[in-house]
Structure formats: structure tokens, C-alpha cells
Design a protein around this ligand. Structure first.
Ligand code: NAD
Ligand code: DAU
Length: 338
């Protein structure tokens, strides 16, 4: 099987490419990535140098000509679209790149796939398209889409486009919706690596609002497994939920990281809340369990310890990805909120 993976130099894409090439000796992967601030080509440099089944192409999913030329390769069996602007806080500061990549870019990929007759398309979406939950219940695939941030609105728009491409053109399309991932290679703007970095440096740990917002955490390789199963076994026109069975309040996540690192809770600093902050996410993934045989493999505490061990062993990676642009963004963001 030969797959075009987009956004493969980001957090989940990197894990997916590594996992799939290791698991499937007969698979080939072309990775199309624009290398935004969140994409790091070095993540997969060992494969670029030593693995003939892997090819990197720098480029934009919005580029019709480039995408068409990659898809016109007669041996291409499937497309897996991870490429996106992925950070909610950035979408609040400036929604425009989210519309460009997450909606227009995704539609461009779908259109090129339609024109070139690609026989499988997996569009990677998120639980955030469903909006927010109260204290009870879980999102199912029939929960109405009710996004609250510019990020989730852009992802929900692409989900609707994927649905339309299936209904209108019969395009072989599967959508995946997953909860919060954690693990190696996550960019340190997201909660877990950001808290890890700050705690290591004995810096304040910014917790939004009252810290009682709940996220369902999934080990990144379990999400990759869900995407793999969707690619191989998903029914056309369906969306599948994936979750980690690990609902945690943000403050508990922060306290657990402090406990693992042996750092004091006095570092915790409550800051102004994220506007439109979703209160709780929880995933009912019984459809994926029944139809695809999906089940998460790792508990939260074990996964968090593995994640922290990876960051401890990869301080050079953390230094590399923290460019000047990243620091400026974070400084501005926290200045506004503290
Ligand atoms: P990320 O921000 O770490 O990586 C995104 C990658 O996409 C980067 O390598 C970036 O360079 C690339 N990219 C951005 N714009 C592009 C463009 N126009 N053309 C080509 N490449 C482009 O994101 P992530 O956390 O790995 O998320 C990957 C996907 O999974 C996203 O679609 C996201 O919405 C979805 N998702 C993420 C999570 C999570 O917890 N991180 C959970 C559910 C779903
Ligand atoms: O649920 C899936 C989504 O998870 C993905 O679709 C997104 O791409 C991904 O970024 C993630 O979104 P969140 O907004 O949930 O992740 P983040 O790590 O930014 O925040 C997790 C929670 O922690 C959220 O409730 C906000 C809070 N938070 C975050 C940061 C960065 C803080 O309290 N302090 C912080 O400094």
C-alpha cells in the first residue's frame, strides 16, 4: 500500500508514520508537509536518510498543482489528512490560517482526490467539533456538531465537506474524531509539554480559569491505531470516535506532572480563562470498538510517565522546536492573560 500522509512532520503525523512503516513492511509513505512552526522535518530525518519506503515533500495542502501531481502517481492507494493548524489559543488570536488550511486546504485535498480517483481518504478530525458537555454523558457520532472556537469551527467545516464529498460524489471517505492526544513529539504549546517544560524550569504553571475543565486523554499511538483501523476497515461515509477512557481535570493533570517530577504545587498559577473554553469532553467510541475492533491500550498515568521520560531523553528536540517565533507568541499570550 502507498499512502499520501499530510502534516506528517507534526506531533501525531510523526508518530503515525513511524508506527505504520514499522508495522507494515510493504507500505510506502509520502509525507506532504508545509513545515509551519509546528512541523519539524528533523522528527523523521532518520527515515529520510535510511528508509527508501519514506519520502518527504515540502508543500502546502492548498496547492492544487502540487497535490494533483502527487496524487496522479498511479500507485497511490490512500490519503490520510493530518495537516492542520491545531492550537485553539492561536485560532482565538487569528482565525484566518485555520480557515485557509483546515477548510480550504482540506477541500483542496478532497477535490484533487476526486479528480484523480483516489480509492481511500481518511480525514483526521477532532472531538472538539461536538462542542462541550455538562457533567454527564459522552459524545457519540450522532451528537450534533456545535463547535465553539475558530479552530473547532474550521474542523467541523471540513467534516461537513467530507460528508458532502461522500454524499454527492460517492467519494470513499472516512472521518476520525479523537480526544486529546499526548506522547512523544508534541509541540510545547499544548498543556502537557508546556507544563512539563515550565515545571522543569521552576516557572509558573498557567492553569486557565478554575482548572476544572475536563479532557479525555489518549496515548498518541492509540489514536494512530484508530486512524490505521479506519484506513483499513472503516465504512465509507462514516465518522468514528476515538477516546482514551481517561477523563481528567486540567488541575489533576498538572498535579500529576508535578508529582512525577517531584516539583512543588506552589508553581501552579491560575490565569484568565480561555474565551469560549469548552468545559468537558468525553468520548463514546463503541462504534469504533464494534466495527473496527478499536480499544485504547495505555492508562493515563503510565502514558504520562512514558511521555515525560521521552521529553527527559529528548531535551535537544525541545530546544530545537522552541524557536524565537514560538517564544514571542507564548510571551504575548500569557502577558494578556496574567
Ligand atoms: P500539529 O500542529 O502538531 O501538526 C500539524 C502539521 O501540519 C505540522 O507538521 C504542520 O507543518 C502541518 N501543516 C500545517 N498547515 C499545513 C498546510 N497548509 N499544508 C501542509 N502541511 C501543513 O498537529 P497535531 O496535534 O499533530 O494534529 C494533527 C491532526 O490531528 C490535526 O488535523 C488535528 O486537528 C487532529 N487532532 C489532534 C488532536 C491532538 O490532541 N493533538 C486530537 C484530535 C485530532
Ligand atoms: O480534544 C482534541 C483537541 O485537543 C485537538 O483537536 C487539538 O488540536 C489539541 O490542541 C487539543 O485541544 P485542547 O485545547 O484541549 O488542548 P490544549 O493542550 O491546548 O489544552 C488542554 C486543556 O488545558 C484545555 O482545557 C486548556 C487548558 N490549558 C491549556 C494550556 C496550553 C491550560 O489550562 N493552560 C495552558 O497553558
Amino acid at each position: 500500500m502507498k499512502i499520501l500522509v499530510t502534516g506528517g512532520c507534526g506531533f501525531i503525523g510523526t508518530n503515525f508514520i513511524r508506527m505504520m512503516l514499522a508495522k507494515h513492511p510493504d507500505w510506502k509513505i509520502v509525507n506532504l508537509d508545509k513545515l509551519t512552526y509546528a512541523g519539524n522535518r528533523l522528527n523523521l530525518m532518520d527515515l529520510e536518510e535510511n528508509e527508501p519506503r519514506y519520502e518527504f515533500v515540502q508543500g502546502d495542502i492548498c496547492d492544487r498543482e502540487l497535490v494533483t501531481s502527487l496524487m496522479e502517481d498511479g500507485h497511490l492507494d490512500a490519503v490520510v489528512n493530518f495537516a492542520a493548524e491545531s492550537h485553539v489559543d492561536r485560532s482565538i488570536n487569528d482565525p484566518t490560517p485555520f480557515v485557509t488550511t483546515n477548510i480550504q486546504g482540506a477541500q483542496n485535498l478532497m477535490e484533487c482526490a476526486r479528480q484523480t480517483g483516489i480509492s481511500r481518504f481518511v480525514h483526521v478530525s477532532t472531538d472538539e467539533v461536538y462542542g462541550t458537555l455538562g457533567p454527564d454523558g459522552k459524545f457519540t457520532e450522532s451528537t450534533p456538531l456545535a463547535p465553539n472556537s475558530p479552530y473547532s469551527a474550521s474542523k467541523a467545516s471540513a467534516d461537513m465537506m467530507a460528508r458532502a464529498y461522500f454524499e454527492t460524489y460517492g467519494m470513499p471517505m472516512v472521518v476520525t474524531r479523537c480526544s486529546n492526544n499526548y506522547g512523544p513529539y508534541q509541540f510545547p504549546e499544548k498543556l502537557i509539554p508546556l507544563i512539563y517544560l515550565n515545571a522543569k524550569a521552576d516557572k509558573a504553571l498557567p492553569v486557565y480559569g478554575d482548572g476544572m475543565n475536563v479532557r479525555d486523554w489518549i496515548w498518541v499511538e492509540d489514536h494512530c491505531l484508530g486512524v490505521e483501523l479506519s484506513l483499513l476497515k472503516g465504512r465509507d461515509g462514516k465518522a468514528y470516535n476515538f477516546g482514551g477512557d481517561a477523563e481528567e481535570t486540567n488541575i489533576d493533570v498538572v498535579r500529576t506532572i508535578l508529582a512525577v517530577l517531584g516539583k512543588p504545587e506552589s508553581l501552579i498559577t491560575y490565569v484568565k480563562d480561555r474565551p469560549g473554553h469548552d468545559r468537558r469532553y468525553a468520548m463514546d467510541y463503541s462504534l469504533a470498538a464494534e466495527e473496527l475492533g478499536f480499544a485504547p491500550t495505555l492508562g493515563f498515568r503510565e502514558g504520562l510517565e512514558k511521555t515525560i521520560a521521552w521529553y527527559e531523553a529528548n531535551t535537544e528536540w525541545l530546544e530545537t522546536v522552541q524557536s524565537g517565533a514560538y517564544r514571542n507568541f507564548m510571551d504575548e499570550w500569557y502577558k494578556e492573560r496574567s
